[in-house]
Structure formats: C-alpha cells, structure tokens
Design a protein around this ligand. Structure first.
Ligand code: SAM
Length: 244
C-alpha cells in the first residue's frame, strides 16, 4: 500500500538487515536516502534495483513536496546511511508533513547504534536519555554536559573517534567520577565496549587513538540528598544493602 516507510538498515554488519526491510525496499516505487552511493551499495548487496532520490531535512520545500507527490502514486521508503532514520539523521520533517496530510507512515524497525551501545555498556538501562552529538567546541560541550548533569538516567551520545578524547576531557571536568562507557565499531569486526572513569578512558584512548564510529555513554547522576528524609532513606537502603 502507499505512504511512507521508515526503514532501518545495518550499522556495520550487513546481516542485520531484516526480512521485512528487504521486502519493503524491493517493493516500493522509490527510496529516499541521504547518499545515493551509500544506499546504492547496500541495494547492490541485496540484489535490489531501485529509483534513489536524495533527501535531507534541509532540502528545500520543493524536494519534500516532490516526495509527497510520489507517495500519492505509490509507496516510498526513507533510509539513512546507517541505522534507524530520524535518530540523529534526516526524516522528522517528512514524517511530520505526512502525518499532517493524512499519509500513512509505517516504521520498519532495525539496528540503531544508541540501542546497541546501551545493551553492551553495563550501565543502568531502565532509564536512558539519547542526546545526539555533543558540540565540537569545548565551551559548548561543557555547557551541554552541565545542563544534563542532574538527569537521573544514563546519557547516550554519538561521537566521532577524532573527538573522543576531547569529549572525555569535558566529562572529566564537568562530571568527574561518573562511570563512562565507550562502544566502538558496534556490530563490526573490531567491536569493543570499554568502561571506566573518564580519567581511565582518557589514558587508554590517548595511548591508543581510536578509529571508527563511537557511542559514548555516561552513568546516571548520583541520587541527590536534599532533605533530611532523603538522607535517612538513603542510609536505610545502604543498611539493607550491606546486610544482604
Ligand atoms: N541513525 C543512526 C543510528 O540509528 O544509529 C545514527 C546516525 S549518526 C549520523 C552516525 C553516528 O552514529 C556515528 O557518528 C556514531 O556515533 C554512531 N554509529 C553509527 N554506527 C555505529 C557503529 N557501528 N558503532 C558505533 N557507533 C555507531
């Protein structure tokens, strides 16, 4: 049926494409993508020939209207270079417009680096906050970390390898002593997930400059003691914990 299909694609290991994704990519009348070469390679691997249209959220209004017109004729898929579209990737404006116009939107789920990172990190996963990319300038990065300092959830960021040590240094300054985890090259041959204090990780990655793609995670803010009651209940919890 017609409408927009949001299709997740692998973040490294091509085996992670889903059966449903293959079926949809084969069946749509066009695929909107970030980079036609990247998506072309995936389709070639899958043995699929398709019409590719470049799309990003900064595309002018005409490009978006063009895609919406195509959807009236037949189904269109949106993919990004890797992982789940809309997650630090284009698509949200397109989905928004589809919803406003009553065009059906269907999501075909699959890999997303943030989720893979969370599942490997050993950090609390009951509550996590995905916060996209940290700013590249130190001052702005410190400001964002300070803003998130009290969030009672594991923080998840996307990062690039050349900036990892700088980001860890900002964490060490703004959130010293927090547990940090670095997921690198997830689902790929040299996948690793390393955790420690910001200091330990700065030491490791300064001596071993990282390559490839990175998910950076920070453990939740420690519980705040703001009232006498808080302090008492925390002490009670500690006692129960130490008796167990
Ligand atoms: N939409 C994608 C997703 O769902 O994961 C993310 C797109 S974002 C533009 C690209 C960033 O995702 C990279 O800079 C890196 O932080 C992260 N990433 C993508 N693939 C990864 C991988 N295999 N291992 C670790 N991080 C990855």
């Amino acid at each position: 049926s017609s409408g927009l299909y949001i299709v997740a694609t692998p973040i490294g290991n091509l085996g992670d494409i889903t059966l449903r994704a293959i079926e949809i990519l084969r069946g749509v009348s066009a695929i909107a993508c970030e980079d036609t070469r990247v998506t072309g390679k995936l389709l070639q691997h899958l043995g699929i020939k398709q019409r590719l249209i470049r799309y990003d959220d900064h595309a002018d209004e005409r490009a978006r209207v063009g895609l919406l017109a195509l959807m009236a004729e037949g189904p269109v898929a949106l993919v990004s270079d890797a992982g789940t579209p809309l997650v630090s990737d284009p698509g949200y404006r397109l989905v928004r417009e589809c919803r406003e116009r009553g065009i059906a939107v269907t999501s075909i789920p699959g890999p997303s680096a943030a989720i893979v990172g969370i599942t490997l990190s050993g950090l609390p996963s009951d509550r996590f906050m995905f916060a996209g990319f940290l700013p590249s300038k130190a001052k702005a990065r410190g400001d964002v970390l300070a803003e998130l300092a009290d969030v009672p959830a594991t923080l998840v960021f996307y990062e690039t390898s050349p900036r990892l040590v700088d980001a860890l240094q900002s964490i060490d300054e703004v959130l010293p002593g927090r547990e940090v985890a670095v997921g690198r090259e997830l689902t790929k041959m040299f996948e690793e997930c390393r955790s420690g204090s910001p200091q330990e990780l700065i030491e490791h990655y300064s001596a071993n400059p990282p390559r490839g793609e990175i998910v950076l995670m920070i453990g939740p803010a420690p519980a705040k003691i703001s009232t006498m009651e808080d302090a008492e209940s925390m002490l009670r919890a500690e006692l129960v914990h130490s008796k167990a």
